[in-house]
Design a protein around this ligand. Structure first.
Ligand SMILES: C[S@@+](CC[C@H](N)C(=O)[O-])C[C@H]1O[C@@H](n2cnc3c(N)ncnc32)[C@H](O)[C@@H]1O
Length: 275
């Protein structure tokens, strides 16, 4: 059971997470079908380069408390935790402070999936398994988050909504906010075929502006590739994205041409500033 100073109590269910949704939100998180599509696509390794770059950015500061807002299937959180575990095992720092993570999403299915797959294994293969202590929270990022002030060393936020005020509050004074946003060219071939939604043209500038009150941009990396996908991969890529909210069941998306598809994103590292 979770509790707060005001006396509110929330049960942690048998899947291991608490839900703090009030029932008044009209927003919906990703469905099981979208998460299936995301799993199928990501597990093929198409975004490994992005996950590795994110893990390097986060790992540089040796954080011990990681919060993933909009965790989805947990693909990026697993990568980050695995890299931190391996770095900690190599230099002995993991003995000093336990690695702890919190997976947050509006979708209960997403949080349950992330927790189910959160166990990570240390190298070398075959050694004892090392599990970061990972908890889950179903919550709307636009509401006040039930997380203590300065509780996180790092927030990761990949293709998911942000709440600058709450992120600033829950990050430690010199904490890192690692954000991934798509470029306007992301999925441009699918967009031209009417199979993906528009990306906001000035998403990166808008993001930097919206965070400027409490964060300083510290690093920016662009990743852009043209992937040669199978029709099945293209179906999964469409099914896992926001366009599937608008086009009915992702499973019903016929595998379309073209199969050469641009993926392009910015990985931005923001340092928390101010009081
Ligand atoms: C595009 S997916 C990205 C998932 C994951 N970060 C990844 O890249 O694989 C966006 C995620 O944000 C979640 N989400 C959408 N609106 C949200 C909100 N208001 N509060 C919390 N999570 C939200 C969705 O349920 C979904 O899991």
């Amino acid at each position: 059971m979770l509790g707060c100073d005001a006396g509110h109590r929330f049960d942690v269910n048998r899947r291991g997470y608490a839900s703090l949704l009030s029932g008044s939100t009209k927003l919906i998180g990703d469905s099981a079908a979208m998460l299936d599509a995301r799993d199928a696509f990501l597990e093929k390794g198409w975004y490994t380069e992005l996950r590795d770059a994110l893990s390097r950015l986060v790992g540089a500061g040796r954080p011990r408390r990681v919060v993933d807002i909009g965790c989805g299937t947990g693909y990026y959180l697993r990568g980050v935790l695995s890299a931190l575990e391996q770095a900690g095992t190599a230099d002995g720092s993991s003995a000093e402070a336990e690695l702890r993570a919190l997976a947050v999403d509006l979708s209960p299915v997403a949080v349950a999936r992330t927790l189910r797959t959160a166990t990570i294994r240390a190298e070398p293969a075959g050694s004892d398994s090392v599990a970061a202590d990972t908890a889950g929270l179903v919550a709307d990022v636009w509401s006040p988050l039930p997380i203590r002030d300065a509780a996180a060393d790092v927030i990761i936020n990949v293709f998911a909504p942000r709440n600058a005020t709450e992120f600033h509050r829950i990050l430690s004074p010199d904490g890192l906010l690692a954000v991934v946003v798509p470029h306007p060219t992301h999925l441009q071939e699918l967009r031209a075929a009417g199979l993906a939604l528009d990306v906001h043209a000035n998403k990166v500038d808008g993001l930097i502006d919206s965070l400027s009150g409490g964060f300083r941009l510290e690093s920016a990396d662009d990743i852009s590739r043209v992937l040669s996908l199978s029709p099945t991969d293209v179906g999964a890529l469409i099914g896992m994205g926001p366009s599937s909210h608008h086009s009915g069941s992702p499973a019903s998306v016929a595998a379309p041409a073209p199969t050469d598809v641009t993926v392009a994103f910015s990985l931005l590292g923001f340092r928390r500033t101010g009081a």
